[in-house]
Design a protein around this ligand. Sequence first.
Ligand code: MCA
Ligand code: AMP
Length: 494
Amino acid sequence: MSAALPAVPAVPALPVFPALAAAPDRPALRFGDRSLTYGELATAARALAGRIAGAGRIAVWATPTLETAVGVVAALLAGVPAVPLNPKTGERELSHIVGDSTPSVVLAAPDDELPSVLARLKRLDITVTETGADAELPPEPDDPEAPALIVYTSGTTGAPKGAVLPRRAITATLDALAEAWAWTGDDVLVHGLPLFHVHGLILGILGPLRRGGEVRHLGKFSAEGVARELGAGGTMLFGVPTMYHRLAEALVGDPELTKALAGARLLVSGSAALPVYDHERIAAGTGRRVIERYGMTETLMSTSVPVDGEARPGSVGVPLRAVGLRLVEEDGSEITSYDGETVGEIQVKGPSLFTGYLNRPDATAAAFDGDWFRTGDMAVRDADGSVRIVGRKATDLIKSGGYKIGAGEIENALLDHPGVREVAVTGEPDTDLGERVVAWVVAADPERPPSAEALADHVAAQLAPHKRPRTVRYVESLPRNDMGKILKRALTHG
Ligand code: MCA
Ligand code: AMP
């Protein structure tokens, strides 16, 4: 690491939030015009932790607000596993998540309206302006294996699975990133990511709070918000490639945004591949290169380009501290050459891994080869050991706007629509979203097929708006092989 970079102080693995008690006057969280210092956050989270202690599991209605951050910090302090819920989740998916994770309580902001699916849960309002609680934090649980968060993630088929993330996975990944990025309490992170996934919640909220730094959340991503906050003291930006694509588009003729991006200490992209075109446009416009890091809900972060490393388009950098990473051939043999050509599946091991899928020992067993987690991502390694992702094993997984979406779950939802007789879902390249969800539909009545809008609304209401098909193609029949299996390649390759 170069001498000019701030030294990252060593932090013991637990407690998760050493800064909470250390510096009460420092700014911790800001969402729009609402903010909390570390002292205020500690008071609010401590009071809530006292109310949920011993609750079993809790759900958090994860809007992009102060309340969500306070709710999750409180759950970690109390040692109660938290299930962040996407507030836009539709009925079918929400019923599944709640039925699978069986929380006893749902935490929400006082003004939130909760859907009827959650009516049977006890509701606790999150108050961010607690006063008068005593100054002592209750001791955090000291078991590093204790489950901290259960984050739902899609697979190729079936409903999303709950990845159980222990406390040590969170601290291990955040400390490894701190080392790679020279990330300290002096950093001010700007982001507009949702708070129900790893990227926005663990990296984007828990990360700065573990370091003792500040988060400024935009509420909703916009280029203007990024320009404003980076221009007013923000040092780091986290985003998915769609956000960097939109920033690259907005840069043209926007000197304020150009200056803000040029002045940031670190621009980080993850959750999907950042296209070379956008990478180059940002570099050309600002003189700054975006750093990529690679991870997964189940593994947290596995690789990154270090802060003083060379940010090459296409490269997701080198394995982070304590992460074991290997590339494996189809027959299970390990690829040892760093020739930039030989493609294998990325497998990882180490302390940042999850402990398994909730209630799914079968799926957990299938995901591992011994200690090694099979990511399903295909990559090569360059001569310097850096990893370049070249594709994915499963064609039935779609990454759209940085969200992982299983084709199977959308097909199941669409088959429930009365106007649909048969359906296949595929992903197609999209300059903004990376991939776009496409539904190939055989209508129940070809004379009166359901509209594309009706099908999108149906998926949004049952699953989530980001899973809705953006394109619907009506076909007379779906190509199948002798076994009756749909040949998706024949659809997409005409
Ligand atoms: C549109 N909308 C609808 C419908 N159509 N709502 C209901 N029914 C419909 N038919 C609404 C949407 O809900 C949204 O509302 C608004 O219209 C715009 O929708 P959309 O175009 O889909 O959104 P967008 O603005 O284009 O979203 C782009 C985005 C978003 C902001 C980049 O995709 C995003 O936030 N992505 C982040 C994903 C992420 O965090 N992934 C991390 C996974 P409204 O505007 O009110 O919202 S963790 C991970 O992957 C690993 C660990 C890793 O490596 O990080
Ligand atoms: P999720 O299941 O939503 O946690 O998404 C994890 C997946 O996102 C990984 O398996 C990769 O396919 C993809 N991903 C995350 N970061 C990157 C990156 N920097 N480049 C390419 N793909 C990525």
